[in-house]
Design a protein around this ligand. Structure first.
Ligand SMILES: C[S@@+](CC[C@H](N)C(=O)[O-])C[C@H]1O[C@@H](n2cnc3c(N)ncnc32)[C@H](O)[C@@H]1O
Length: 275
């Protein structure tokens, strides 16, 4: 990679997470991060309640820049909420699969405004233009918990959040803003349970699961993991933050005898390499 390409990628990461406005963010309903103090948790709870009632839409956070590094808080104008470290992890995984000729495409299940996929596409354009970036989302937010099938999702109310409903047209426009929309960006629109089982995907080199819930995480694992090439990576966003998501991962691993070591990215995102 040239120095210019390297600088472009670093700048792109900052733009995607809206680092310039790191002190302004949408409040996250997620449980407190390990580094959070209980006080901040309570303050966030109060502000979240107000935000849900649409009495306020933003929070102000003096530690914003640090928190954007690890994807805490949702940027108001950014394209991804995952933060710099998890974007760096995408870069690490892509560089490795390309260097080691691990065959297959990239998929993210749960894309929000598309920033992670936009970043993946920009890197593939530099390293290997033939890989497809699969962009899978309902484009209308999270599903209501199906507690009959997935009791682990009981009480999850992420489906009610307006901020998480981003249309496919908006995500396409976001790709276009970076001049990154071409035939190798493919959209899977709908609930994962409907789109993933018959998705026309042959092989995957990287799977990035970011659907937060037990159901959404399990749908990704059951329908995609067998397509992951050996030497490829699976990344689970919010494994460290949402217990139901973590449980889906362990239920799936236990059932399928998967023992590869799970590696920590930033206490929220985790990943492993398929042997
Ligand atoms: C936390 S956001 C993803 C953040 C994104 N990866 C980023 O880089 O900012 C979760 C996304 O998952 C989608 N989602 C969650 N569960 C889903 C399901 N079962 N089917 C379809 N979309 C789902 C939501 O619509 C939402 O866009």
């Amino acid at each position: 990679m040239t120095e210019t390409e390297d600088k472009y990628l670093e700048l792109l990461k900052d733009v995607l997470i809206d680092k310039d406005n790191a002190n302004r963010y949408q409040l996250t309903p997620y449980p407190p991060h390990r580094s959070y103090f209980i006080k901040r948790y309570i303050i966030n709870k109060v502000i979240n309640t107000l935000a849900k009632k649409k009495l306020i839409i933003t929070g102000i956070n003096k530690n914003g820049a640090k928190q954007r590094e690890i994807g805490l808080g949702w940027p108001i104008n950014g394209y991804s909420m995952i933060g710099t470290k998890r974007l760096n992890n995408i870069q690490f995984c892509i560089e490795n699969v390309v260097k080691n000729n691990v065959p297959g495409d990239f998929i993210e299940t749960g894309v929000w405004r598309g920033g992670s996929c936009i970043f993946a596409k920009s890197l593939f354009n530099i390293l290997d233009k033939n890989r497809t970036v699969w962009v899978a989302d309902s484009f209308e937010g999270l599903p209501k918990p199906n507690t009959e099938l997935y009791p682990e999702d009981a009480g999850d109310d992420l489906f009610s959040l307006e901020q998480l409903r981003i249309s496919k047209e908006q995500v396409e426009e976001n790709f276009e803003r970076f001049n990154l929309l071409d035939g190798n960006v493919k959209f899977l629109k709908g609930w994962f349970k409907d789109t993933l089982p018959n998705a026309p995907i042959d092989k995957l080199a990287i799977i990035r699961l970011d659907g937060d819930m037990y159901e959404s995480t399990m749908d990704g694992l059951v329908n995609l993991y067998h397509k992951l090439s050996s030497g490829g990576y699976i990344i689970i966003d919010e494994y460290g933050t949402i217990p139901a998501c973590k449980k889906a991962v362990h239920d799936f691993r236990d059932k399928n005898g998967i023992t590869e070591e799970i590696l920590n990215i930033d206490d929220s995102g985790y990943y492993w390499q398929k042997k």
